[in-house]
Write a protein that binds this ligand. Structure first.
Ligand SMILES: [Zn+2]
Length: 258
């Protein structure tokens, strides 16, 4: 996810590795940065260590200018070792961190310092950095792969309205582990975006999770159907496969009858 303010760029997660030679960093994100004319990534936030989130990160560190790194990775993780070698500062993502870029507020809501200190360490999903971004036009909640227990913890400790967001990045690719009803109702988004692989072998997003959003009138967009998806704080939205369709493009989605 690219979060662009007037003068800053935050990149949240770096996508998967496809093979030892190819990953989302080299094949998707670096070309996209170049095409957009982005001179640098001010902050690269890696939600957690699973390869579908950090697989492209080494390519970003090697092929772009990264100002700083935030993550839930342990200090010995190879990506952090690499970042240290080239003097990119790293800060563990932790509840309470906040900053403002160009009038847009960023706040880390999860994990807590206590979560980071747990022995044995929690599963990677449970440590996903949760980031809330609030501009004058719209607010967004980025959730990584948090599951029901983290959603419940967020509900307990986040002050009322603290989870509210216009746009929710559906946790854990729309998996059944997440998107509990109280969480969806606390965030109360008007639209939600599922990031899932095309024909996901995990069945993401789960049909009952999709139904949970639809039952509340929340417009659900899916990366497996849109490819790139653009949201602007003035409300503009662009689903790339729809907006940029060519006659030779395969129409993703339910197969046509017959
Ligand atoms: Zn994931």
């Amino acid at each position: 996810v690219f979060v662009r303010t007037r003068r800053h760029l935050l990149v949240y997660d770096a996508g998967p590795a496809f093979s030892p030679e190819a990953d989302a960093g080299s094949r998707v994100l670096l070309p996209l940065l170049r095409w957009r004319g982005e001179p640098r990534i001010d902050l690269l936030m890696l939600s957690h260590r699973d390869t579908d989130h950090v697989g492209g990160a080494a390519a970003l560190l090697a092929g772009s200018v990264v100002g700083a790194l935030s993550s839930s990775l342990v200090d010995e993780h190879p990506l952090l070792v690499r970042a240290r070698a080239v003097d990119i500062p790293h800060r563990r993502c932790e509840m309470g961190q906040r900053w403002r870029w160009d009038g847009v507020d960023f706040e880390v809501l999860h994990p807590t310092a206590a979560d980071h200190a747990l022995v044995p360490p929690p599963r990677p999903n449970a440590l996903s950095c949760v980031l809330r971004v609030r501009g004058s036009g719209a607010s967004v909640l980025l959730t990584g792969d948090i599951e029901a227990a983290q959603e419940a913890a967020l509900l307990v400790r986040t002050p009322q309205e603290g989870l509210r967001a216009d746009i929710l990045f559906v946790p854990h690719h729309g998996s059944r582990t997440s998107s509990t009803t109280p969480f969806i109702e606390a965030v109360a988004p008007t639209s939600a975006l599922v990031q899932a692989a095309y024909r996901s072998r995990f069945g993401h997003p789960a049909p009952d999770v999709v139904a949970r959003y639809e039952a509340r009138g929340i417009a659900l967009s899916r990366s497996d159907r849109c490819g790139a998806f653009t949201l602007q704080s003035d409300g503009g939205q662009r689903c790339e496969r729809e907006a940029g369709r060519r006659y030779w493009h395969h129409r993703a989605g339910p197969a046509a009858p017959g």
